[in-house]
Design a protein around this ligand. Structure first.
Ligand SMILES: Nc1ncnc2c1ncn2[C@@H]1O[C@H](COP(=O)(O)OP(=O)(O)OP(=O)(O)O)[C@@H](O)[C@H]1O
Ligand SMILES: O=P(O)(O)OC[C@H]1O[C@H](OP(=O)(O)OP(=O)(O)O)[C@H](O)[C@@H]1O
Ligand SMILES: [Mg+2]
Length: 300
Protein backbone atom coordinates (compact mmCIF):
# COMPACT_ATOMS: atom_id res chain seq x y z
CA UNK A 1 0.00 0.00 0.00
CA UNK A 2 1.48 3.39 -1.00
CA UNK A 3 0.61 7.00 -0.29
CA UNK A 4 -1.80 8.61 -2.76
CA UNK A 5 -0.76 12.21 -3.63
CA UNK A 6 -4.40 13.29 -3.89
CA UNK A 7 -5.27 12.31 -0.35
CA UNK A 8 -4.49 14.35 2.76
CA UNK A 9 -1.55 12.67 4.48
CA UNK A 10 -1.42 12.75 8.28
CA UNK A 11 1.43 11.37 10.41
CA UNK A 12 0.46 9.95 13.81
CA UNK A 13 2.37 8.13 16.54
CA UNK A 14 2.04 4.40 15.90
CA UNK A 15 2.01 3.32 19.52
CA UNK A 16 2.61 5.27 22.66
CA UNK A 17 1.16 8.03 24.81
CA UNK A 18 -0.48 9.91 21.92
CA UNK A 19 -1.76 7.09 19.72
CA UNK A 20 -5.08 6.30 21.42
CA UNK A 21 -6.02 9.99 21.74
CA UNK A 22 -5.11 10.62 18.08
CA UNK A 23 -7.24 7.70 16.91
CA UNK A 24 -10.14 8.85 19.12
CA UNK A 25 -9.82 12.36 17.72
CA UNK A 26 -10.04 11.18 14.11
CA UNK A 27 -12.90 8.87 14.97
CA UNK A 28 -14.68 11.76 16.71
CA UNK A 29 -14.21 13.82 13.52
CA UNK A 30 -16.08 11.13 11.61
CA UNK A 31 -13.01 9.64 9.91
CA UNK A 32 -13.55 5.89 9.49
CA UNK A 33 -10.32 3.99 9.94
CA UNK A 34 -9.37 0.41 9.56
CA UNK A 35 -6.24 0.20 11.68
CA UNK A 36 -4.63 -3.21 11.79
CA UNK A 37 -1.75 -3.49 14.21
CA UNK A 38 0.95 -4.09 11.64
CA UNK A 39 -0.27 -1.70 8.95
CA UNK A 40 1.88 1.44 8.85
CA UNK A 41 -0.15 3.22 6.19
CA UNK A 42 -3.93 3.29 6.66
CA UNK A 43 -6.55 4.68 4.31
CA UNK A 44 -9.68 6.30 5.72
CA UNK A 45 -12.75 4.61 4.27
CA UNK A 46 -15.04 7.63 3.95
CA UNK A 47 -12.70 10.62 3.44
CA UNK A 48 -9.62 11.23 1.24
CA UNK A 49 -7.21 10.83 4.16
CA UNK A 50 -4.17 8.55 4.50
CA UNK A 51 -2.46 7.96 7.82
CA UNK A 52 1.21 7.30 8.27
CA UNK A 53 1.87 5.56 11.59
CA UNK A 54 5.41 6.28 12.80
CA UNK A 55 7.65 6.96 15.84
CA UNK A 56 6.74 10.32 17.33
CA UNK A 57 10.32 11.59 16.93
CA UNK A 58 9.96 11.35 13.13
CA UNK A 59 6.70 13.31 12.86
CA UNK A 60 8.06 16.92 12.84
CA UNK A 61 10.67 16.02 10.20
CA UNK A 62 8.09 14.30 7.99
CA UNK A 63 5.95 17.47 8.13
CA UNK A 64 8.89 19.85 7.62
CA UNK A 65 10.18 17.82 4.66
CA UNK A 66 6.68 17.81 3.13
CA UNK A 67 6.41 14.01 3.17
CA UNK A 68 3.07 14.39 4.94
CA UNK A 69 0.65 17.34 5.00
CA UNK A 70 -0.26 17.19 8.68
CA UNK A 71 1.09 15.61 11.84
CA UNK A 72 0.11 15.28 15.48
CA UNK A 73 3.01 15.47 17.90
CA UNK A 74 3.97 16.74 21.36
CA UNK A 75 5.28 20.31 21.45
CA UNK A 76 8.32 18.96 23.30
CA UNK A 77 9.35 16.80 20.34
CA UNK A 78 8.43 19.56 17.89
CA UNK A 79 10.52 22.23 19.64
CA UNK A 80 13.47 19.85 20.08
CA UNK A 81 13.38 19.00 16.36
CA UNK A 82 13.16 22.69 15.36
CA UNK A 83 16.28 23.49 17.41
CA UNK A 84 18.17 20.50 16.09
CA UNK A 85 17.27 21.19 12.46
CA UNK A 86 18.07 24.89 12.72
CA UNK A 87 21.46 24.06 14.22
CA UNK A 88 22.22 21.66 11.38
CA UNK A 89 21.00 23.91 8.55
CA UNK A 90 17.85 21.94 7.68
CA UNK A 91 14.49 23.54 7.02
CA UNK A 92 12.30 23.74 10.09
CA UNK A 93 9.13 25.33 8.73
CA UNK A 94 5.61 24.37 9.67
CA UNK A 95 2.48 25.97 11.08
CA UNK A 96 0.42 25.02 14.11
CA UNK A 97 -3.20 24.40 13.12
CA UNK A 98 -4.49 23.54 16.56
CA UNK A 99 -3.27 23.00 20.10
CA UNK A 100 -4.96 19.80 21.27
CA UNK A 101 -6.34 18.89 24.69
CA UNK A 102 -4.28 15.75 25.32
CA UNK A 103 -0.65 14.72 25.75
CA UNK A 104 -0.13 17.24 28.54
CA UNK A 105 3.23 16.85 30.28
CA UNK A 106 6.27 18.87 31.33
CA UNK A 107 9.97 18.49 30.70
CA UNK A 108 11.75 18.77 34.04
CA UNK A 109 15.10 18.46 35.69
CA UNK A 110 15.26 15.92 38.51
CA UNK A 111 17.94 14.75 40.91
CA UNK A 112 18.30 11.85 43.35
CA UNK A 113 16.56 12.41 46.71
CA UNK A 114 19.94 12.62 48.47
CA UNK A 115 21.34 15.26 46.08
CA UNK A 116 21.77 18.63 47.86
CA UNK A 117 20.04 20.75 45.19
CA UNK A 118 20.39 24.53 45.58
CA UNK A 119 19.21 25.60 42.13
CA UNK A 120 20.59 25.01 38.60
CA UNK A 121 24.09 26.10 39.71
CA UNK A 122 24.30 22.85 41.69
CA UNK A 123 24.51 21.10 38.30
CA UNK A 124 27.66 22.98 37.17
CA UNK A 125 29.94 20.49 35.41
CA UNK A 126 27.58 17.58 36.17
CA UNK A 127 26.29 14.90 33.77
CA UNK A 128 22.59 15.17 32.87
CA UNK A 129 20.83 12.31 31.08
CA UNK A 130 18.10 13.28 28.61
CA UNK A 131 16.34 12.56 25.32
CA UNK A 132 16.00 16.34 24.79
CA UNK A 133 19.56 17.72 24.55
CA UNK A 134 18.57 20.93 22.73
CA UNK A 135 15.76 21.96 25.09
CA UNK A 136 18.03 21.14 28.02
CA UNK A 137 20.92 23.17 26.58
CA UNK A 138 18.68 26.17 25.98
CA UNK A 139 17.57 26.13 29.62
CA UNK A 140 21.04 25.59 31.07
CA UNK A 141 22.45 28.35 28.83
CA UNK A 142 19.74 30.69 30.13
CA UNK A 143 20.91 29.82 33.67
CA UNK A 144 24.58 30.22 32.75
CA UNK A 145 25.37 26.65 33.85
CA UNK A 146 27.79 24.36 31.98
CA UNK A 147 27.02 20.62 32.04
CA UNK A 148 27.64 17.37 30.17
CA UNK A 149 24.75 15.91 28.23
CA UNK A 150 24.25 12.12 28.32
CA UNK A 151 21.89 11.07 25.52
CA UNK A 152 19.35 8.32 26.37
CA UNK A 153 16.34 7.52 24.18
CA UNK A 154 14.24 5.97 26.94
CA UNK A 155 14.21 4.91 30.60
CA UNK A 156 16.08 8.11 31.39
CA UNK A 157 15.03 7.85 35.05
CA UNK A 158 17.37 4.92 35.54
CA UNK A 159 20.49 7.00 34.83
CA UNK A 160 21.37 8.36 38.31
CA UNK A 161 21.05 4.96 40.05
CA UNK A 162 22.93 3.27 37.21
CA UNK A 163 25.78 5.75 37.73
CA UNK A 164 25.32 7.10 34.20
CA UNK A 165 24.50 10.65 35.23
CA UNK A 166 24.09 13.00 38.22
CA UNK A 167 20.70 14.34 37.16
CA UNK A 168 18.06 13.81 34.48
CA UNK A 169 15.91 15.95 32.25
CA UNK A 170 12.79 14.02 31.22
CA UNK A 171 9.03 14.19 30.77
CA UNK A 172 6.83 14.19 33.84
CA UNK A 173 3.09 13.89 34.12
CA UNK A 174 1.94 12.44 37.44
CA UNK A 175 5.47 12.22 38.86
CA UNK A 176 5.01 8.51 39.62
CA UNK A 177 7.99 7.43 37.51
CA UNK A 178 10.29 9.93 39.26
CA UNK A 179 9.09 8.79 42.69
CA UNK A 180 9.50 5.11 41.81
CA UNK A 181 13.11 5.81 40.91
CA UNK A 182 13.99 7.88 43.99
CA UNK A 183 14.14 11.16 42.05
CA UNK A 184 12.90 14.66 42.92
CA UNK A 185 11.70 17.19 40.33
CA UNK A 186 13.58 20.48 40.65
CA UNK A 187 12.99 22.73 37.60
CA UNK A 188 10.21 22.66 35.00
CA UNK A 189 11.91 23.71 31.78
CA UNK A 190 9.13 23.23 29.21
CA UNK A 191 5.36 22.60 29.28
CA UNK A 192 3.87 20.62 26.44
CA UNK A 193 0.64 19.44 24.83
CA UNK A 194 -0.05 17.63 21.60
CA UNK A 195 -0.42 19.88 18.56
CA UNK A 196 -1.73 19.45 15.02
CA UNK A 197 0.84 20.87 12.63
CA UNK A 198 0.84 21.51 8.88
CA UNK A 199 3.60 21.46 6.32
CA UNK A 200 4.67 24.84 4.89
CA UNK A 201 4.34 23.44 1.34
CA UNK A 202 1.47 24.76 -0.76
CA UNK A 203 -1.57 22.57 -0.45
CA UNK A 204 -3.93 21.45 -3.24
CA UNK A 205 -7.41 22.97 -2.94
CA UNK A 206 -8.93 19.50 -2.54
CA UNK A 207 -6.73 18.80 0.49
CA UNK A 208 -7.46 22.25 1.96
CA UNK A 209 -11.16 21.38 1.76
CA UNK A 210 -10.58 18.33 3.95
CA UNK A 211 -8.66 20.41 6.50
CA UNK A 212 -11.48 22.98 6.51
CA UNK A 213 -13.86 20.16 7.42
CA UNK A 214 -11.62 18.66 10.11
CA UNK A 215 -10.73 21.83 12.03
CA UNK A 216 -14.24 22.90 13.12
CA UNK A 217 -14.95 19.27 14.03
CA UNK A 218 -11.87 19.15 16.27
CA UNK A 219 -12.95 22.46 17.80
CA UNK A 220 -16.44 21.02 18.38
CA UNK A 221 -15.05 17.92 20.06
CA UNK A 222 -12.75 19.90 22.36
CA UNK A 223 -15.51 22.31 23.29
CA UNK A 224 -17.88 19.42 23.98
CA UNK A 225 -15.32 17.73 26.25
CA UNK A 226 -15.05 20.93 28.29
CA UNK A 227 -18.82 21.36 28.53
CA UNK A 228 -21.66 19.70 30.42
CA UNK A 229 -25.42 19.59 29.96
CA UNK A 230 -27.05 20.30 33.33
CA UNK A 231 -30.68 19.58 34.19
CA UNK A 232 -32.40 20.20 37.50
CA UNK A 233 -35.63 21.10 39.21
CA UNK A 234 -35.64 24.33 41.22
CA UNK A 235 -38.11 26.37 43.27
CA UNK A 236 -39.62 29.17 41.15
CA UNK A 237 -38.89 31.77 43.85
CA UNK A 238 -35.15 30.85 44.04
CA UNK A 239 -34.54 30.91 40.29
CA UNK A 240 -32.04 33.78 40.18
CA UNK A 241 -30.02 32.39 43.10
CA UNK A 242 -29.92 28.94 41.51
CA UNK A 243 -28.83 30.34 38.13
CA UNK A 244 -26.12 32.46 39.79
CA UNK A 245 -24.59 29.31 41.30
CA UNK A 246 -24.16 27.52 37.98
CA UNK A 247 -20.61 27.73 36.61
CA UNK A 248 -19.81 29.31 33.23
CA UNK A 249 -23.40 28.81 32.11
CA UNK A 250 -25.27 30.54 29.30
CA UNK A 251 -28.81 31.77 29.97
CA UNK A 252 -30.74 28.62 30.82
CA UNK A 253 -33.96 27.22 29.39
CA UNK A 254 -36.76 27.26 31.97
CA UNK A 255 -39.60 24.77 31.57
CA UNK A 256 -42.87 24.20 33.31
CA UNK A 257 -43.29 20.93 35.22
CA UNK A 258 -46.56 19.07 34.64
CA UNK A 259 -49.03 19.63 37.48
CA UNK A 260 -46.54 21.72 39.47
CA UNK A 261 -46.47 25.49 39.97
CA UNK A 262 -43.82 26.04 42.65
CA UNK A 263 -41.00 24.15 40.83
CA UNK A 264 -39.58 24.57 37.31
CA UNK A 265 -37.11 22.54 35.27
CA UNK A 266 -33.83 24.24 34.27
CA UNK A 267 -31.70 23.03 31.36
CA UNK A 268 -28.36 24.63 30.60
CA UNK A 269 -25.10 24.00 28.73
CA UNK A 270 -22.22 24.89 31.01
CA UNK A 271 -18.66 25.45 29.79
CA UNK A 272 -17.34 23.98 33.03
CA UNK A 273 -17.95 20.90 35.11
CA UNK A 274 -20.40 21.08 37.98
CA UNK A 275 -18.58 20.19 41.17
CA UNK A 276 -20.11 18.33 44.11
CA UNK A 277 -19.81 21.49 46.26
CA UNK A 278 -21.92 23.48 43.79
CA UNK A 279 -24.47 20.65 43.57
CA UNK A 280 -24.72 20.69 47.36
CA UNK A 281 -25.23 24.47 47.23
CA UNK A 282 -28.00 24.03 44.65
CA UNK A 283 -29.64 21.39 46.80
CA UNK A 284 -29.49 23.71 49.81
CA UNK A 285 -31.47 26.25 47.75
CA UNK A 286 -34.17 23.63 47.24
CA UNK A 287 -33.05 22.24 43.87
CA UNK A 288 -33.58 18.53 43.19
CA UNK A 289 -33.13 15.87 40.47
CA UNK A 290 -29.79 17.43 39.47
CA UNK A 291 -28.31 15.69 36.42
CA UNK A 292 -24.93 16.42 34.84
CA UNK A 293 -24.52 14.89 31.38
CA UNK A 294 -21.52 14.70 29.07
CA UNK A 295 -21.86 16.29 25.62
CA UNK A 296 -20.52 14.36 22.64
CA UNK A 297 -20.31 17.03 19.92
CA UNK A 298 -21.04 20.76 19.62
CA UNK A 299 -21.37 23.21 16.75
CA UNK A 300 -22.08 26.90 17.27
N1 LIG B 1 3.46 10.75 31.09
C1 LIG B 1 2.95 11.43 30.07
N2 LIG B 1 1.73 11.94 30.14
C2 LIG B 1 1.19 12.62 29.11
N3 LIG B 1 1.84 12.83 27.93
C3 LIG B 1 3.05 12.31 27.82
C4 LIG B 1 3.65 11.58 28.87
N4 LIG B 1 4.84 11.17 28.47
C5 LIG B 1 4.96 11.63 27.21
N5 LIG B 1 3.90 12.34 26.81
C6 LIG B 1 3.69 12.99 25.50
O1 LIG B 1 3.48 11.95 24.54
C7 LIG B 1 4.56 11.94 23.61
C8 LIG B 1 4.88 10.50 23.27
O2 LIG B 1 5.32 9.85 24.43
P1 LIG B 1 5.83 8.33 24.41
O3 LIG B 1 6.32 8.04 25.77
O4 LIG B 1 4.80 7.47 23.81
O5 LIG B 1 7.04 8.52 23.37
P2 LIG B 1 8.12 7.51 22.84
O6 LIG B 1 8.39 6.46 23.84
O7 LIG B 1 9.23 8.40 22.38
O8 LIG B 1 7.37 6.85 21.59
P3 LIG B 1 7.88 6.40 20.15
O9 LIG B 1 8.01 4.93 20.20
O10 LIG B 1 6.79 6.85 19.21
O11 LIG B 1 9.17 7.13 19.86
C9 LIG B 1 5.69 12.70 24.29
O12 LIG B 1 6.60 13.29 23.37
C10 LIG B 1 4.93 13.75 25.06
O13 LIG B 1 4.54 14.83 24.23
O1 LIG C 1 5.14 11.29 35.54
P1 LIG C 1 4.58 10.00 35.01
O2 LIG C 1 3.10 9.99 34.96
O3 LIG C 1 5.12 8.81 35.73
O4 LIG C 1 5.02 9.88 33.46
C1 LIG C 1 6.34 10.10 33.06
C2 LIG C 1 6.86 8.98 32.21
O5 LIG C 1 6.02 8.84 31.05
C3 LIG C 1 6.86 8.83 29.88
O6 LIG C 1 7.32 7.56 29.58
P2 LIG C 1 6.36 6.37 29.09
O7 LIG C 1 5.65 5.77 30.24
O8 LIG C 1 5.48 6.87 27.98
O9 LIG C 1 7.39 5.29 28.57
P3 LIG C 1 8.61 5.37 27.55
O10 LIG C 1 9.80 5.64 28.43
O11 LIG C 1 8.62 4.03 26.93
O12 LIG C 1 8.34 6.47 26.57
C4 LIG C 1 8.05 9.70 30.31
O13 LIG C 1 9.19 9.46 29.50
C5 LIG C 1 8.25 9.33 31.74
O14 LIG C 1 9.10 8.23 31.90
MG1 LIG D 1 9.88 8.81 20.61
Amino acid sequence: MTLDQNRLRIALQKSGRLSTDCQQLLKGCGVKLNLREQRLIAHAENMPIDLLRVRDDDIPGLVMDGVVDLGIVGENVLEETVMERQATGQSAEYSVLKRLDFGGCRLSLAVAEEFDYQGPKSLEGKRIATSYPWLLKRYMDSQGVKFKSVMLNGSVEVAPRAGLADAICDLVSTGATLEANGLVETDVIYRSKAVLIQSANPLAASKQKVIDKLLPRIQGLQQARESKYIMLHAPQDKLEEVIALMPGAERPTIMQLAGETKQVAIHVVSTEDLFWETMEGLKALGASSILVLPIEKMME
